[in-house]
Design a protein around this ligand. Structure first.
Ligand code: IPM
Ligand code: MN
Length: 366
C-alpha cells in the first residue's frame, strides 16, 4: 500500500481545529483508495515559541526534512504580538520554512462556486458562474528575502530602513515553468504581472517570461499587465484572468485581493512547491489554507475546515501524484457546500454547521 509520509504542522488558534478535521477526511479518502497515512506532528509558530522557545524549532525542521510533504495549519495571533517583529510566528516560521526548502512556487487557486457568489463583495451579475482563476506567486525571492535588509540610524539623527528587491533570471525562469504547467492544465492563457514601467527587476521579469514562453510554450497565449492595473482588473472582471504569475510581494497583495473576491478565506487552499524532490521523485511542498489563525473564533468549533481539507487535496495531487483522490476530495467539498452544509462564513445568515459537522458532510460526500 502506498504510504503518505507527511509532517503535520497545525500551528495556533483555529489551526489545530481545522487540521484534525482535514486529517479525518484524509484518512477516509485514504481508506477508499488503499493508501496508508504516516503523519508526524510537530510544533510551529506560537506553539513552537511556547514549547521550544522558537517559532521554527530544530526538531520540527528535522521532521519536515524526513517527510515527503508538509501539511501546514496557520500561525500567529495576539498571544505573541508583543514579540519583536523578527520573532513573530509568521515571520520566524513561515519565511524560514520557505527558504529552507526553497518553496519558490506558490499556487493559490481563486475558486468561488457559482452557488456561493453571494459571498463575494463583487456584484453577482458580474460573476454569474462564480470565479475560477489561479495565482502563481514567486515565493523565495524579491523584497522579502533580498539583502541588505536593515534599519540604520543616520549621522544627521534621522533613521533609514532598506529592503532590497532582487531577481535572478534563473529564479524567474523556474516560476515561469510552474506557471506554464498550470496554464497548460487549464485554458492555456497566461498573464504575467509586473511593474516594468518603473522597476528594473520587472523589466528583467517581463523579458525573461516572454523569452521563456516563446521557447518552451509557444502554444500558450501570453499577456503582460502592470500590477496596479491588475489590482483593478481583478475586481472589475476577475474571470478575464485564468492563470496569472507574478513576483513575491505583488503576489502577496494580489492573492489577498483574490481571496476576498472569492468570498471566504475559509474556502481557499494553497500549495508552495519546492525546487527539490521528495523521496517519491515529486516536488516537496508545503500545503496551507489561505486564511489565518482567526483568534476571534478559535475554540468555538465554528471555523470552516474546507480550506485545510482542500490543501490536503493539493498535497495528494502535487507531492504524492495522486490525482484521483485529490479530485475526489475537491468534488466532495463542493458537493457538501452546494448541498447546504455550510459554516457561518458561507451561510449568509442561513442555517450553519460547526467545524466537525462540516467535515462530516465532506466525508459523506466522499
Ligand atoms: C502569506 C502570508 C505571509 C506572506 C506572511 C505571514 C509572512 O501573508 O502567505 O501570504 O506575506 O508571505
Ligand atoms: Mn499574504
Amino acid at each position: 500500500m502506498p504510504t503518505l509520509k507527511f509532517a503535520v504542522l497545525a500551528g495556533d488558534y483555529i489551526g489545530p481545529e481545522v487540521m484534525s478535521e482535514a486529517l479525518r477526511v484524509l484518512e477516509h479518502a485514504a481508506g477508499l483508495h488503499g493508501l496508508t497515512l504516516q503523519a508526524t506532528y510537530a510544533d510551529v509558530g506560537g506553539a513552537g515559541i511556547d514549547n521550544h522557545g522558537k517559532a521554527l524549532p530544530e526538531s520540527t525542521l528535522r521532521i519536515c526534512e524526513a517527510s515527503d510533504a508538509i501539511l501546514f495549519g496557520s500561525v500567529g495571533g495576539p498571544k505573541w504580538e508583543k514579540l519583536p517583529p523578527k520573532e513573530q510566528p509568521e515571520r520566524a516560521a513561515l519565511l524560514p520554512l520557505r527558504k529552507h526548502f526553497t518553496l519558490f512556487a506558490n499556487i493559490r487557486p481563486g475558486l468561488l462556486y457559482p452557488e456561493l457568489t453571494a459571498a463575494s463583495p463583487i456584484k453577482t451579475d458580474r460573476i454569474p458562474d462564480g470565479i475560477d482563476i489561479v495565482c502563481i506567486r514567486e515565493l523565495t525571492g524579491g523584497l522579502y528575502f533580498g539583502k541588505p535588509k536593515e534599519t540604520t540610524p543616520l549621522p544627521d539623527g534621522d533613521v533609514q530602513a532598506v529592503d532590497t528587491m532582487i531577481y535572478r533570471k534563473s529564479e524567474i525562469e523556474r516560476i515561469t515553468a510552474t506557471a506554464i504547467a498550470a496554464a497548460r492544465s487549464r485554458k492555456k492563457i497566461l498573464c504575467s504581472v509586473d511593474k516594468a514601467n518603473v522597476l528594473e527587476t520587472s523589466v528583467l521579469w517581463r523579458r525573461t517570461v516572454t523569452d521563456y514562453v516563446a521557447r518552451h510554450a509557444p502554444d500558450l497565449q501570453l499577456s503582460h499587465m502592470y500590477v496596479d492595473n491588475a489590482a483593478m482588473q481583478l475586481v472589475r472582471n476577475p474571470n478575464q484572468f485564468d492563470v496569472f504569475v507574478t513576483e513575491n510581494m505583488f503576489g502577496d497583495i494580489l492573492s489577498d485581493e483574490m481571496a476576498v473576491i472569492c468570498g471566504s478565506l475559509g474556502m481557499l487552499s494553497s500549495a508552495s512547491l519546492g525546487a527539490g524532490k521528495n523521496a517519491l521523485g515529486l516536488p516537496f511542498g508545503l500545503y496551507e489554507p489561505a486564511g489565518g489563525t482567526a483568534p476571534d473564533i478559535a475554540g468555538k468549533g465554528i471555523a470552516n475546515p474546507c480550506a485545510q481539507i482542500l490543501s490536503a487535496a493539493l498535497m495528494l495531487r502535487y507531492s504524492f501524484g495522486l490525482e484521483e483522490p485529490a479530485a475526489r476530495i475537491e468534488a466532495a467539498v463542493r458537493k457538501a457546500v452546494t448541498s447546504g452544509a455550510r459554516t457561518g462564513d458561507i451561510a449568509f445568515g442561513g442555517p450553519s454547521v460547526g467545524t466537525r459537522a462540516m467535515a462530516d458532510a465532506v466525508i459523506s460526500a466522499l
